[in-house]
Design a protein around this ligand. Sequence first.
Ligand code: DPP
Ligand code: ZN
Length: 876
Amino acid sequence: GQVTSLADYRPTDFVLERVDLTFELDPTETKVEARLIFHRREEANPNAPLVLDGDELVLSSVLFDQIEIDSERYTATPDSLTIRDLPASEPFEITITTLINPEANTQLMGLYRSNGIYCTQCEAEGFRRITYFPDRPDVLAVYTVNIIADKAANPLLLSNGNFLGGAGYGEGKHFAAWFDPHPKPSYLFALVAGDLGLVEDTFTTVSGREVALKIYVEHGKEPRATYAMDALKRSMTWDEETFGREYDLDIFMIVAVSDFNMGAMENKGLNIFNDKYVLADPETATDADYANIEAIIAHEYFHNWTGNRITCRDWFQLCLKEGLTVYRDHEFSADQRSRAVKRIGEVRHLRSEQFVEDSGPLAHPVRPSQYKEINNFYTTTVYEKGSEVTRMIASILGKDLFKQGMDLYFERHDGDAATVEDFVQCFADVSNRNLSQFSLWYHQAGTPHVTVSCDYDTNAQTFTVKLAQTIAATPGQPDKKPMHIPLSFALLANDGAMIAPASASGGEVSENLLHLTEAAQSFVFHGVPERPVLSLNRSFSAPVILNFTQSSDDLALIARYESDLFSRWQALTDLALPVLCEGVKQVRAAQPVLFNDALKRSLLAIVADDTLEPAFRAQALALPSEADIARELGGDIDPDAIYAARKAIIHDIAVAGLDIFKGLLAQMATDAAYTPDAKAAGQRALKNAALAYVVQAENDPLKAAEAYAKANNMTDLSHSLSILAHHFPGTTETKAALSDFESRFANNALVLDKWFSIQATIPGEDGLVRIKTLMQSPKFNAANPNRVRALIGSFAFANPTGFHRADGASYSVVTEEILAIDKRNPQLAARLLTSMRTWKLLEPQRAGKARAALTTIANANDLSNDVRDIIDRILT
Ligand code: DPP
Ligand code: ZN
């Protein structure tokens, strides 16, 4: 694989003015005619040839201004088409005809078939699998699309923009024409054809235009698309109210397909979704599914402005649209639900995925400067850390200036293919702030560590906060500069009240933000009447790791009194992590797991506090995960010891709080019909968390089996099933529930994915045999990404004791699977392989086995670029 470098960016020699595409659809031999009108850029070399991208293409003909070109004038390979002797300045037309095979397209990039539906995925470089094209995001053009297909099989013919018209077309065929007036890059092109059911609605925009909303799903699944429609309308309203963004076409369409590599795709006016993120009803979708649907519908819709109207100059700028759009969808969900609970979830996810990525061999900046395979840069760093960087801009500038900066960005760059620098400049301009140090967040990889120590001087009534920041070396970046880190803070008095110091010195301190900008910096607060407890990085204002040893008493005070709920949760986490890590040591030394009461007391007090929202209390009960503990330990990881220690500590807490948990089980139970709103979901979350504790205290599957039997919604049903499977595998109760679930949902692949993943995550070394057996199940389909992720992905990413079996057997099996998948779908294979990115942190025996398995991959023939890139980086 070749390296692409940001430093090599230069504009194309030719400007693409118009695109006219005609598709004659056929399952195995689709004919694509592309009429492209170009002119040479004034500043370009007058002799430069036109070089178009391709990928596995078969050229059938190429015309210049409607006349077949001499074969000496062009060179075609599957990967490129080069045309020479082109006009120096006047526009010309190139007409290219290619033949493609959608049925054989197992990569799911370009035009392919999913369950009899023709669909496309073009981001990042899929369009070049359809026709030869300048397939890069800074080439924007207006598209007309004609689709010709068999009418009976494909009553529906869709593309971007507005519908122009359609008619019959010879025997048994028909055609439709679409025109998208908004210039767009090829990665936003979409085409769908087939026979689908429709859910329709309308939306009247703030300026009074009526937009037709259409969601297409498989026939019979229409009732399961109503929540997605509701989420879409709420997204449209929210973007008008919050960012002043109005929709810009007469129609907005969403199509759900069952074979999809990503979650969804924001194609202009025609979003294509993984059906997992569209379909929901109480019987088949969990609260988490509903929340994901809401977030992803919003995310893709928001791309219409942040991504489509303003797109990226090149793929190095991916965070320009993704980080910003994740920030927007996070804010949307926070407004629709509980902001604090949403924030806790975001931070959990950031730490468990992005922090891990940022401290290992795959670490890269939010705005990378090189890549070998762009598909491998759709990462939590670009998305989630990118969102955090946007959030920091918002907190440094404050709400009003941030809004002005966004308005300026939309005004100044509408219609552009922009860069991260363009974006940041808008905020610098509205605030008169120099954001050059802040911009390091885009360029320096690695999570900053901030060491904190405090000192209170009774006589002087001063409180000193000493901060020091470091970032470990990451691949290609041995040395780092100090960053601008905005740390939200509060000083708490002994009774929990907030202390307002008279003044502060030592650096920029705004109302509740410390601006750490030096490698080491001391902030002094004056006029502080008593020793305060420092609550730092409230609401997780900066994505950093704090090295701050606070006493159990101080943490307990924060856990009890902080007005910022996130910080209360964080204090509990800070109480729990040392206990859990100590427990791991005790297990490895074959000692009993013993711990003091501070954690139990703080946790149970929060759980029993009726004034706190149930969803928050449920988050408190979800103690740090096995992966969180591994991250905290930082090396010499023994997943079995982590599992055993965590289980022992939870058991202890469960026994101590049994009455509280039983009380909550009763209190949170309801006869009301299921609704997916945040409040009802929070009550279910607390009830289900309590159930898990009760069952563990009693060490008896009975209550979980009862909960399974009486569940009237998928949240309760799948939760009780997973308690049974994870704590009582092999028992009669568990076997009965698993087989009931399987037969009840035999015809619903998305629900069976839960059945696969619950079983794939049953702890212990038997996990390997289990997933091997399940891979043979007729319900498993290795060609479908959702099935693969549910079974093999859950095992590799979410079953530490099963995947990291001490004998390394799971590594060999998963490695073999990855190699097999790579032949069909490289993107999926590469993603699975990232489950091994932390192999060097394992204890030596496991690390040795992991290295051997990875070496097998590295030595395999014909690896895809995607897998080659990841394996090279992981093994280095
Ligand atoms: N479809 C992916 C997303 O929206 C890539 N653009 O994030
Ligand atoms: Zn996105």
